[in-house]
Each structure stands twice: as structure tokens, then as C-alpha cells.
Design a protein around this ligand. Sequence first.
Ligand SMILES: *[C@@H]1O[C@H](CO)[C@@H](O)[C@H](O)[C@H]1NC(C)=O
Length: 228
Amino acid sequence: MGYGLKKLSLALSAVVIAYLLMYSGTKFDPADVQDKKVLITGASSGIGKQMAYHFAKMGANLVLTARRENLLKEVIEKCKQLSPNPNANHAYIVADMKELQKTKDVIKFSVDALKGLDILVLNHARLPTTFKLWFGSQQNLTDLATDMDINFRAYVHLASHALPHLLKSKGRIAFVSSVTERFPIPGMTMYIAAKHAIQGFFGVLRQEMVLRNTGVSVTSCIVAGTSK
Ligand SMILES: *[C@@H]1O[C@H](CO)[C@@H](O)[C@H](O)[C@H]1NC(C)=O
């Protein structure tokens, strides 16, 4: 998945945002995003970074998180330049999603910085750098735990800590998935398993949000990239 991802991300991020807003049930008006309080994970590069720029252009308040501080700083600077709103808040917090206990800090930081939360965009992922076959070795099992922590459990933890705030704002959870989850591609067991887990979990959470009449929406953004 590492290949060509950078080039794709620019075009894809627009698609992801369109999905996010279209499937919220109302017609998309960029003005709806203005002044919204948005947290994006995996925002230092790729689709997350491009989403940050789109949200900034629409005047949203942003907290970005990722592992690499130098990149986050650059993205924040550009968000400031792109924002039409001089009072918009743009902050970042460095976190590695493999440390699940950090997810609580990320939400707390965001809610403090933004004074609430309207939109949680779950986008970070550990992408497979090469195709690796599953042999069932101890190494595979150890790696599975880390992969599921980052690519699945961190999504659930972030959403859980954010939920009280999203209930208040009748906010949104959006998570980025990929068409690859629909195909049993050899060499991608762990990544595809995690994406399935996300779909399963958040598909049910969506129904529960409706059932409980919370006004919180849950949106699945399925990236379907082709070359160029
Ligand atoms: C599983 O472990 C073996 C070594 O024991 C390694 O060659 C292979 O790439 C690993 N597969 C995955 C999916 O990590």
C-alpha cells in the first residue's frame, strides 16, 4: 500500500471529505463546516494531511495528531495560511496510536483546545510496506497485536473517549477505510482484518446511535484509489 500513496492522497482526500459530508444526510454546504471543531488522526501526511487542508479552507477549527512533530508543524502552518478565518484554532498533539492510553490524552487535548468536538476523523493507519504472507509464526502473532492496536483498537478507543463530547454536539464520527478490505489480497492479512473489524464495530455503533436517538452520525469513507 505504500506505493504511490502520496500522489493519490491529494485527489482521494477530496473524495473522502465529499463522502463524509454527503452521507451525513443533508446536502453539503461548505459553510456548515465553518467554525466546526474537528480532530483528524494520521494528519501529518497522505489523506489525513489533505483533509486537514480542506477543512482549514472551509474555516474549521482543527486539532491534528500523528507521530511526526516536524511534519505536523508544517501541516499546521499551511492550515493557518489556508484558513479564511483569522480566529480559527489550529493545534496539534504528537501521539503514537500504538500506545492506546494516549488516545485519552488526544481527546482531552482536543476538547480543551477547541472547547468541544464536532467531528472526529479517524484516518491513521499502519500501512503494510510490503506484501507478507501469514505463516502463523510467533513473530506474526506479536505483530498482529500491534497492528490491531493501531489499525483497529485505537479507532474504538478514540471514538469512545470522544463520545461524551460528540453526544453534546450531535457530532460526527468518520473513519477511513479502503476497498482493499473487500478483496482477500494475499500478503495483507493483518491490514484487511483490521479494516473489517472497523467496519463491523462502527457499523453497529451507527445503528446504536440511531436507536438511542443521539443525533451522532457514523460515516464510513471507503477509499477507492486507482493510479494517478
Ligand atoms: C510472518 O512471519 C514470518 C517469519 O516468521 C515472516 O517471514 C512473514 O513475513 C510474517 N508475515 C507477516 C504477515 O508479518
